[in-house]
Design a protein around this ligand. Sequence first.
Ligand SMILES: [Zn+2]
Length: 76
Amino acid sequence: MVTSTTAAAPGKARALAVPDITAVNSALWLTLTVLAAALAYYFLGYDQGAVSVFGSDTHIHEFIHDSRHFLGFPCH
Ligand SMILES: [Zn+2]
């Protein structure tokens, strides 16, 4: 017989932690997520392509180089 110490006792309801979701809170998280995704997309796909934020420095390009090829972005 398998027993679990974390199982709820029979007959007792367990409270669920429901996050506080408001329209402003959702819009803030959506905006931050889009900004982070756009930043990651730029560095993965376009830095050291046609343009670069850091000039002719290739440290970021070389750091994410394998990820760039794995995701199918053209490189060289
Ligand atoms: Zn490459």
